[in-house]
Design a binder for this molecule. Structure first.
Ligand code: AMP
Length: 497
């Protein structure tokens, strides 16, 4: 199948050729003709599959047929984060360069006035995060009655971030006669309900089973004993041993982002930090710097985990094991994009056993254990008894990982040399909540996975409360609050402000 056979116009086809694409990806082959027919779509696809072009390309052709009036945009794309919205806007510019269409990017952290001016001129497409879109609407600057195409992208992420009530509200503000395209990596029941309510006879397309890690990513996990300092030492050793030229390094907390980024800089690496508490201009500038090669390492919170498209990123490092298994999938998906190979390394602590098990269960396979020269001979192959015995439905036991090529560890280049890390004694690796035989010794309730606990606590029709949504107050926050005292994880960081 070629792009020409999909029914796109010459103007769009030229832009696609200029972008260097010759063959449409499976989601593009399936979605483009249906969008051009005007039908609703539920698309089950991960980022990295060419999903964005699958809706942007046909939208450009549909929108090329008319013109927008002042304050009455003709199409709307909702994205869960500012970074994703910016990326989609860049795609619009790239693929729409031969068409005269106006776009408005409505995201938090940027001036309302500038966004108002673009809306006033007439926008063919609005690319927005839900909160900022509603803010514009409530200020009376936006008329949504002319929207003909409505895209809900990354619906599962919208759900995670508590945006589904806002999405429902926005759907209700749009004309009933419209085309709706919904994309999600997984079609969860809440998303299905949204689709049932707001879509008309949608065509369902699916290109990859949900939560399958990109096969092109070579994964490895090493268990680090010791304190935070030992972990930072392990990070530097890993980077040097693998001669890494660039990577996104994911931390679970904003505080860790700052510490790790400063530590890397101190040790002579060019690094930048990115997390949700930074101002929007600072976030944009950091991303720009990293994308243009001005920093080798981007130390980031999960604000950078979804959908970010950085061409040729060779590696991802999980400085912390993500506490939600789906975040692991999204993090490692930043590398090995568009047919390239990539590596994903994880630095685990002995306490991370549950989280690692949850990730492996979700992937249906184990993450190979690797040893890193210079970190001591930690017996990674002697992983938890639970893994050795195998679990029903869990990953099969992994054979001992081949030792990495014994690259010479390089001397530290620190401005101030750190005190030597205490030598790590070889020891069998067992996670804290296991007994000598590797059995899980926690009470039954604690053994339930996070989703089980969420389901227990929040029956199907109740959204769990979400905190910290910045300047916008979504409608669901005004509902009575359910206290989540039994859930001990940190709430996931909220990117949208
Ligand atoms: P997405 O899933 O939309 O985030 O896209 C992932 C990456 O694939 C982006 O870098 C796109 O530029 C690239 N891409 C999209 N369509 C194609 C195609 N047909 N051939 C090659 N690369 C593509």
């Amino acid at each position: 199948m070629t792009f020409e056979e999909l029914g796109l116009s010459a103007a769009v086809l030229t832009a696609v050729t200029d972008a260097g694409y010759s063959i449409p990806t499976p989601i593009q082959t399936q979605a483009i003709p249906i969008v051009l027919q005007g039908r609703d779509i539920i698309g089950c696809a991960q980022t990295g599959t060419g999903k964005t072009a699958s809706f942007v390309l046909p939208m450009l052709d549909v929108l090329a047929e008319g013109r927008a009036r002042a304050r009455m945009p003709r199409s709307l794309i909702l994205e869960p984060t500012r970074e994703l919205a910016m990326q989609v806007a860049e795609n619009f510019t790239k693929y729409g360069k031969n068409l005269k269409l106006n776009k408005a990017l409505l995201i938090g952290g940027l001036s309302f006035d500038d966004q108002d001016k673009i809306i006033d001129r007439g926008a063919d497409v609005l690319i927005a995060t839900p909160g900022r879109l509603l803010d514009h609407f409530e200020r009376g600057r936006l008329v949504l009655s002319d929207i003909k195409i409505f895209v809900i992208d990354e619906a599962d992420r919208m759900l995670d971030m508590g945006f589904i009530p806002d999405v429902e509200r926005i759907s209700g503000l749009l004309p009933q006669l419209r085309q709706t395209l919904l994309f999600s990596a997984t079609i969860l029941p809440e998303i299905r309900r949204l689709a049932d309510r707001f879509m008309i006879n949608p065509k369902e397309i699916s290109v990859a089973p949900s939560a399958t890690p990109v096969d092109a990513v070579e994964q490895g996990l090493t268990i680090v004993h010791g304190d935070d300092k030992a972990k930072r030492h392990a990070l530097r050793t890993l980077i040097r041993e693998r001669a890494m030229t660039g990577a996104i390094i994911f931390c679970n907390r904003k505080k860790s982002v700052d510490i790790v980024y400063k530590s890397l800089s101190k040790h002579g690496f060019t690094a930048a930090g990115l997390h949700g508490d930074m101002s929007q201009p600072a976030r944009l500038e950091t991303l720009r710097k990293f994308k243009e090669g001005g920093a080798q390492f981007l130390v980031a919170s999960d604000v950078a985990a979804r959908g970010l498209d950085i061409t040729g990123l060779p590696a991802v490092i999980n400085y912390d094991v993500p506490t939600h298994p789906e975040d692991y999938i999204h993090r490692i998906g930043r590398t090995a994009r568009a047919g390239q190979k990539g590596n994903a390394f994880t630095l685990a602590t002995p306490e991370d056993g549950d989280f690692v098990a949850a990730i492996e269960k979700m992937m249906g396979r184990a993450i190979p254990r690797i040893s890193v020269v210079g970190l001591g001979e930690v017996a990674f192959a002697e992983s938890s008894g639970r893994r050795r015995r195998g679990r029903p439905g869990g990953p099969s036991p992994e054979p001992r990982a081949a030792r990495v090529a014994p690259l010479r560890p390089q001397p530290e280049k620190a401005v101030t040399p750190p005190p030597p890390t205490p030598p790590v004694q070889p020891q069998p690796v067992r996670f804290d909540n296991q007994d000598a035989a590797g059995r899980d010794v926690r009470p039954a309730q604690q053994r339930l996975d996070r989703n089980d606990r969420r389901r227990d606590r929040y029956p199907r029709d109740n959204d769990p409360p979400v905190v910290g949504l910045g300047e916008h107050v979504p409608a669901f926050l005004l509902r009575p609050v359910v206290i989540r005292e039994e859930i001990h994880e940190e709430p996931s960081e909220n990117e949208e402000k």
